[in-house]
Design a protein around this ligand. Structure first.
Ligand SMILES: Nc1ncnc2c1ncn2[C@@H]1O[C@H](COP(=O)(O)OP(=O)(O)OP(=O)(O)O)[C@@H](O)[C@H]1O
Ligand SMILES: [Mg+2]
Length: 372
């Protein structure tokens, strides 16, 4: 599968932009703030119906305009597929596949998969558990439609239950029957989601460790452990017993929405004791494992979007990564760099079709050779 072309209208800092891509390597170069990452984000929209960086779609509409449209042609199994994602100011996001709308956006997820590696990935280590759950959900949603359905159902019930807890704190009379009506469906969905995350983590961990060892020259031991309230034998009882606390806090305190992944290096917290280089290596290995899991599951390679990756890696690691690119481990690649001469130097050694796009203030120069 690959993306043949893209057309942007009023997307972030692009007024109008039409590009034809190489099925192999696409380099997007240009100064800071020119629109390189925005271009990757537009591809992310086509792949996952949302931005990789913001939950607020309206922010992707170009300033002073009232809509955006992203169109792209994918080639999948030898057939061309046209996708269009659009949003009007104050309206709802729409996604068309070959001019037909999807009933549910979630039906699209996983059909045109992508993996993005960005400087923000270290948030996975530094930030709270929500970021790590999002990472886990993002992979599982792309490989397992039933998981995504279960998760959406669960999050819907969770929002309703939390609203009820708030309403009761605000004076609505306590209705035990109504509160209890959430228990069984939520506990059932928690069990299903937990089971799926648990078995997924077994496969994922093995692949992740392989990539970490490869990138780091087998220097150190890393681990990921999956923590969940569901690991308790008495989860159902504990869920119900938490009601008093839930009422006091006005939110549900037990369930898979509290799951977390704990990252360690040499048996110590990666967040507290990992060096910057080790942390960067860890998140890249996480993303490469994501790439491999999706490839194995789908039988084809996702798009790989590398945002500013060279900046974050030492020469040895760049070389390792580029060996994988040259070895056709990856399919279609999009990478951004603010330093064209560096990209040019790195890509010189790779024998694969390459196209380079020079971006300046939301405008792209025709593909050509990079300055040496
Ligand atoms: N909705 C929007 N309307 C207009 N401009 C926008 C919008 N959203 C973001 N921008 C602009 O896009 C630019 C940033 O683009 P982007 O993040 O793609 O830059 P970049 O080329 O990746 O830069 P860097 O090398 O620093 O990573 C900023 O100038 C920002 O103001
Ligand atoms: Mg950028």
């Amino acid at each position: 599968m690959h993306l043949e072309n893209i057309s942007l209208s009023n997307f972030k800092n692009y007024q109008q932009c039409d590009l034809e891509f190489s099925p192999h390597i696409n380099c997007i170069v240009g100064p800071n703030g020119s629109g390189k990452t925005n271009l990757l984000d537009a591809i992310h929209y086509l792949s996952l119906t949302k931005s990789a960086f913001s939950n607020i779609d309206q922010q992707a509409i170009k300033h002073l305009e009232d809509f955006f449209v992203i169109r792209g042609t994918f080639c999948k199994n030898g057939k061309e597929v046209q996708l269009q994602c659009s949003l009007k100011s104050g309206g709802k996001k729409a996604l068309l596949k070959d001019k037909k709308p999807y009933i549910k956006l979630s039906e699209h997820v996983g059909n045109f998969p992508s993996v993005l590696i960005t400087p923000y990935d270290t948030d996975l280590i530094r930030e709270g558990s929500e970021v790590r759950r999002k990472f886990l959900n993002n992979i599982l949603a792309q490989i397992d439609g039933e998981y995504l359905d279960d998760l959406m159902k669960y999050l819907h019930l969770l929002r309703q239950r939390n609203q009820l807890l708030k309403d009761m704190a605000g004076g609505q009379p306590f209705d035990a029957l109504l509160v209890n009506s959430y228990d069984e469906p939520m506990i059932g969905l928690c069990r299903k989601i937990h089971e799926r995350r648990n078995s997924f983590m077994v496969d994922f961990l093995e692949i992740f460790k392989k990539h970490y060892a490869l990138l780091s020259d087998h220097k150190e031991q890393v681990e990921i452990s999956y923590r969940s309230h569901l690991q308790s034998q008495n989860f159902a009882v504990e869920f119900k017993e938490a009601l008093q606390k839930d009422m006091a806090l006005q939110r549900s305190t037990k369930g898979v929405h509290k799951d977390d992944l704990v990252f360690t290096i040499e048996n110590h917290s990666l967040k507290k004791f990992g060096s910057q280089g080790q942390q960067k290596c860890f998140v890249i290995a996480l993303k490469l494992a994501q790439f491999e899991i999706i490839t194995n599951n789908k039988g084809f390679k996702p798009l790989l979007l590398l945002d500013d990756i060279f900046d974050k890696l030492d020469d040895r690691r760049i070389e390792k990564l580029m060996t994988m690119v040259a070895g056709q481990v990856f399919g279609q690649l999009f990478m951004t760099d603010a330093r064209p001469e560096r990209t040019s130097r790195i890509l010189e050694k790779i024998d694969a079709e390459q196209r380079t796009f020079l971006v300046e203030s939301g405008e792209v120069k025709p593909p050509g050779l990079l300055p040496k």
